[in-house]
Design a protein around this ligand. Structure first.
Ligand code: ZN
Length: 265
């Protein structure tokens, strides 16, 4: 039955897709499926404090407010297709050794203290957040999960038939590999999201420049690149996108960012 309905939906969506807004399509997975899976993974993450030590928003309200403000600017860019459909809840994970961030299908965002402390400016963090939010909004993550786990495995979770497998998905978030094509699109969307703001819209490039300066080459084994493989000329592509989009913001907010980092445990 599910297959029949899915096929019908597929045909309907394909015929509608050409005339709707810039909405990404994922075979066999609806927006509602993205939302359900995201909520299931987020609940599982919350139940694994040793694996995912979440910084308490009640004891660190100022740190969270700072991140919420950046997230909200991205959400209000007018470029997020599922702004009102996805969760966009943000959590900080206390792990100074992890230079990474991720976003589940349905928009549950996780940022590690490691990457927050590594970065030097607000536009860099905004670029990284935009990149991760693009993976959810462009529905890259649900596609990557289909590739890694298979459609049946995921639908059994979403339909409540095999809830025990959620644990595997939650534990695999930092190993889930995006394609190079998705990486490039997420980089480009991070620029689009920041373009209407006062930020330097190429903030994500600042992160990669910093990694390269410390001897970590794009495409190497460094943690971020194991889950976000590098298209060629990543820094140049981001800078070119900023020019192409005509983004005029230059703000990096270094001093403000340095102060924010003192709020991070
Ligand atoms: Zn990525």
């Amino acid at each position: 039955m599910r297959i029949k309905i899915t096929l019908l939906l597929l045909i309907t969506i394909i015929s509608f897709n050409s005339c709707t807004k810039d909405a990404p399509f994922v075979p066999f997975f609806s927006i509602s499926d993205d939302r359900t899976l995201g909520a299931q993974v987020a609940a599982e993450i919350a139940s694994k404090p040793s694996e995912y030590p979440i910084v308490d928003s009640a004891t660190h309200p100022a740190a969270y407010q700072y991140l919420y403000a950046i997230r909200n600017q991205i959400l209000n860019s007018g470029k997020i297709v599922y702004k009102d459909d996805f969760s966009w809840r943000l959590r900080i994970v206390k792990d100074d050794t992890t230079l990474n961030a991720f976003c589940t299908p349905g928009g549950y965002i996780y940022v590690y203290t490691g990457i927050i402390k590594y970065l030097d400016s607000k536009d860099q963090l905004a670029g990284v957040l935009g990149h991760e939010m693009a993976h959810a909004d462009r529905r890259h993550t649900s596609r990557s999960m289909q590739t890694q786990y298979g459609v049946d495995f995921l639908l059994n979770i979403v339909l409540g038939k095999d809830l025990s497998s959620v644990s595997q998905i939650a534990s695999g978030m930092l190993q889930l590999k995006n394609s190079r094509e998705h990486e490039q699109e997420a980089d480009e969307y991070s620029v689009k999201y920041l373009c209407p703001t006062s930020y330097n819209a190429a903030g994500a490039a600042g992160f990669f420049t910093k990694l390269e300066a410390s001897g970590i080459q794009c495409g190497g084994l460094q943690q971020f690149f194991s889950t976000h493989p590098c298209p060629d000329n990543r820094i140049a592509n981001i800078n070119a996108k900023k020019v192409e989009e005509g983004c005029t913001g230059t703000g990096t907010f270094d001093a403000e960012y340095a102060n924010f980092k003192t709020l991070i445990p």
